[in-house]
Design a protein around this ligand. Structure first.
Ligand code: SAH
Ligand code: SF4
Ligand code: F3S
Length: 467
């Protein structure tokens, strides 16, 4: 057992063992978060677990006794960035060794990259903790164990964990995420997520409602329900539509959003439910990935471009104000100029409000590793640049459609130049220059677009919150 910590506090003796309890309140953790919204949510889970065990968070990494990073593995770039940061963490650990207190700093890598790179993180990168997305509850125990034994601790078992009893405190005054599903069963051929996050499972509706109610009590008005594939939500007895209905009955919650929708699961019943419930915002994030049927098939996406187009047409019928966003990938193995043209053409036809655009990144262990021929970095780069040009133009056009229209704005935070930043129901950020408080809902008219940002004038401040 290691007694090198300056924080060793109380020593209990019982018949069988000596137990050292560190004075955790003195132990500070620093948490760096990478990756998707689900990681942002899970950062709250990790904070809750550590704070309940007596740790306090610090934003100063050089003061931390435990340096943690919550990682992403979706593209190699995400992993490289985290590994670079791990180098900084090692530097801080070495620096602490040279100080008079010489206590050991524990470095922990949590999340998808841990699940993916496993042993390499300890062997090549000197991590003390390698903890997968289902094992965050073990953090306090494993930090102690790593201190005591000075041996890297691994916790990578995949379980049905949903952290349903944990309600992370919101990190924003009016907006919060709730993860309602974890894992993914789709196995798109390029994607690492089903391997890092395991099988799809849903949080029981009663727990989602308890969480949303608690958040509403803390002033949260805008909730985003998260899942890798959120339309597939189902607990023992409720599906996604019932989830929307139930969350919409919570007083105080004015806006309900959800991410990410898989095109194969979007149907007329879901669309009619979204359209019928006033609190559910008319916004869909519906990753298309490619406009070529041949590539979509190789990706195992489960829809064709024609099916996708038909769903968008239906969605726009039900939700005339629809804000449609997407993810698109270029340079998938065997993608030809003609496949890429299909993507460009579809992007122009649909007119997405916004798109996240990526260059394919091969993920060892996924099926796409076997596919060829590879598209060269140079060609993939050119395609990405071209796609971004085309989509940026469309995004500007969609933005300019906001001009002179009236929007309902929920004020979220101070904005640039003494303004306030608000968000429309369609999830657009708008700046207003009026004296308003965070949490207020106002109507406004967009008068100009500055760069990418719509600027608006407030018309009225008495907008009733849907109950
Ligand atoms: N569950 C969501 C998103 C998962 S990851 C969905 O089903 O769409 C977010 C986005 O990252 C994906 O939509 C995809 O566009 C991109 N992505 C996933 N794997 C990738 C890879 N290997 N290379 C490049 N982009 C990838
Ligand atoms: Fe990855 Fe496909 Fe699952 Fe999305 S649906 S997380 S892209 S496997
Ligand atoms: Fe990345 Fe894991 Fe999210 S791989 S995108 S952090 S689910």
């Amino acid at each position: 057992m290691c007694l090198d910590s300056a924080f060793a506090d109380r020593i209990f003796l019982d018949n069988t063992r000596v137990r050292v309890e560190f004075q955790k309140a003195m132990s500070r953790f620093f948490l760096q978060v990478y990756g998707c919204q689900m990681n942002q949510y899970e950062a709250g889970v990790v904070r809750d677990i550590l704070e309940r065990s007596g740790y306090t968070e610090t934003s100063e990494e050089k003061n931390a006794d435990v340096l943690l990073m919550l990682t992403c593995a979706v593209r190699s770039h995400a992993e490289r960035r985290a590994l670079g940061r791990l180098g900084t963490f090692r530097g801080l650990k070495d620096a602490r060794r040279k100080t008079p207190d010489a206590s050991s700093v524990i470095i922990g890598v949590l999340g998808c990259m841990s699940q993916n790179l496993r042993k390499n993180l300890a062997a090549d990168h000197a991590a003390d903790l390698i903890i997968g997305p289902d094992q965050y509850r073990r953090l306090p125990e494993l930090i102690d164990k790593a201190r005591e034994t000075k041996v890297p601790q691994f916790a990578l078992d995949q379980t049905e964990e949903c952290y349903d009893d944990i309600i992370p405190g919101p990190s924003h005054p009016v907006r919060a995420f709730i993860t309602v599903m974890r894992g993914c069963n789709n196995f798109c051929s390029y994607c690492i997520v089903p391997y890092t996050r395991g099988k799809e499972r849903s949080k029981p509706l009663t727990r989602v409602l308890a969480e949303a109610t608690a958040l509403a009590g803390q002033g949260i008005k805008d909730i985003t329900l998260l899942g890798q594939n959120v339309l597939a939500y189902h607990d023992q007895s409720n599906d996604f539509r019932e989830l929307l209905e139930a969350v919409s009955e919570i007083p105080g919650i004015a806006r309900i959003r959800f991410l990410t929708s898989h095109p194969k699961d979007l149907d007329e019943q879901v669309l009619s439910t979204i359209a019928r419930i006033p609190k559910v915002c008319p916004a869909l994030h519906l990753p298309i990935q490619s406009g070529s049927n041949r590539i979509l098939k190789l990706m195992r996406r489960g829809y064709t471009r024609e099916e996708y187009l038909a769903k968008i047409a239906l969605a726009r019928e039900y939700l005339p104000e629809l804000n449609l966003t997407t993810d698109i990938m270029v340079g998938f193995p065997s993608e030809t100029d003609s496949d890429f043209k299909d993507t460009l053409e579809l992007v122009r036809t649909i007119g997405f409000d916004f798109a996240y655009m990526f260059r394919f990144s091969v993920r060892p262990g996924t099926q796409a590793v076997e596919l060829g021929p590879k598209v060269s970095e140079a060609v993939a780069g050119q395609r990405l640049t071209r796609l971004i040009e085309v989509q940026n133009r469309i995004t500007r056009e969609r933005n300019s459609e906001m001009l002179n229209r009236t929007h309902e704005l929920l004020i979220e935070s101070p904005g640039p130049r003494q303004g306030m930043l608000g968000r429309t129901r369609t999830n657009r950020a708008v700046i207003v220059h009026s004296r308003l408080s965070i949490g207020q809902t106002v109507t406004c008219q967009v008068t100009r677009i500055q760069g990418w940002t719509p600027i608006a004038e407030v018309l009225g401040t008495e907008v009733p919150v849907p109950q």
